[in-house]
Design a protein around this ligand. Structure first.
Ligand code: NAI
Ligand code: 3PY
Length: 322
């Protein structure tokens, strides 16, 4: 007898076909993300859940008495209440590594966009404001040979560091929960404390997972240490940054600019002050959003789920907040 699973969002054909081969698939057919109350109604029979970000907490698990595995189509798993899942013997999985290069490419895009003011000046040209006499008002900052500071030197952080080091001749500084001697050797990277990195780096890239320790990790005290020419990039989760402190740091000229792929509340409200600032580049959480990478993520997530439901240990089980 095939296990029943619930799929909360459309997945590519290949992943869906694979799931149907191994499971009885029930899926959300509505537009947009499944509303929480509708999801809870649909979980009565589900032994597996394929999802990408909705909260998996005690309330949801109470509505899913047969649930054995939850598979995220994402590397981040801050949506999991791991204690509640563990208490019920439910396995959680994610999709690490496969998206490292795709997300790192986007982060380089944010760095270049903020430093050279690409979106702002694109609008400038398209709005017919470009004058032959324009000169200094179009200046930005160099990226090459500057100091790249990575906070959270994991799979994605290292992929960004490689691009900075070998593509742009940048020197790599990093702060991480644990030192990484191999990365230090391969990238000639220097380990710094968080305050040291804030003071030293020209580009600060935040790439930690969202955990109780990293919530608000970068706030007023950290922005106060940054150079006036620093550019701050966040592609981790919005809540790792104190957004009000970021707004103040940008408004007061404490830092030069920011590039953001993530926000505390997504989609970000259209009247959010960060959206009114020309020195902030904003994106709608598209770090891994290429067809190739998202297809691979969906397939890996599907395989994780099927393996777990067959009683095997999938390669990407998450056991604790990392
Ligand atoms: N914008 C987007 O579309 C994407 C966002 N993400 C986010 O990026 C995060 C990181 O992804 P990966 O690099 O794959 O994860 P990873 O687990 O490979 O790396 C995270 C690193 O952060 C470090 N870390 C954890 N807590 C820390 C702390 N308190 N202080 C300093 N370092 C700490 C860990 O030791 C680890 O080296 C994900 O958890 C997810 O939230 C991931 C993919 C796409
Ligand atoms: O994988 C993740 O954690 C994302 O945010 C989207 O790819």
């Amino acid at each position: 007898m095939k296990p029943t699973i619930f799929v909360t969002r459309p997945v590519p054909e290949e992943a869906e076909a694979y799931l149907r081969e191994h499971c009885l698939v029930d899926k959300w057919e509505g537009d947009g993300p499944v509303p929480r109350d509708r999801l809870l109604e649909r979980l009565g029979n589900a032994e597996g859940l394929l999802t990408s970000g909705g909260k998996i907490d005690a309330e949801l698990l109470d509505h899913a008495p047969r649930l054995r595995a939850v598979s995220n189509i994402s590397v981040g798993y801050n949506n999991f209440d791991l204690a509640a899942m563990k208490a019920r013997g439910i396995i959680g999985t994610n999709t690490p590594e496969v998206l490292n290069d795709t997300v790192a490419d986007l982060i380089m895009g944010l760095i270049l966009s903020a430093a050279r003011r690409i979106p702002e000046l694109d609008r400038y040209v398209k709005e017919g404001r470009w004058q032959r006499s324009d000169d200094e008002i179009l200046f930005g900052l160099d990226v090459h040979h500057k100091k790249l500071g990575i906070v959270g030197m994991g799979g994605i952080g290292e992929a960004v560091a490689r691009r900075g080091k070998f593509g742009f001749g940048m020197s790599v500084l990093y702060h991480n929960r644990h030192r990484k001697p191999e990365a230090e050797a391969a990238l000639d990277a220097s380990y710094l404390t968080l305050p040291e990195l804030m003071r030293e780096a020209d580009f600060i890239v935040l790439m930690t997972p969202l955990t109780p320790e990293t919530k608000g990790l970068i706030g007023a005290a950290e922005f106060a240490l940054m150079k006036e020419t620093a550019i701050f990039i966040n592609a981790s989760r919005g809540a790792t940054v104190d957004e009000s402190a970021l707004v103040e740091a940008l408004k007061s000229g404490q830092i030069y600019g920011a590039g953001l792929d993530v926000f505390e509340h997504e989609p970000v409200a259209s009247d959010h002050p960060l959206l009114t600032m020309p020195n902030v580049v904003t994106l709608p959480h598209i770090g891994s959003a290429t067809e190739h990478t998202r297809n691979q993520m969906a397939m890996i997530a599907a395989q994780n789920l099927v393996l777990a439901l067959k009683g095997h240990t999938p390669p990407n089980v998450v056991r604790e907040l990392k």
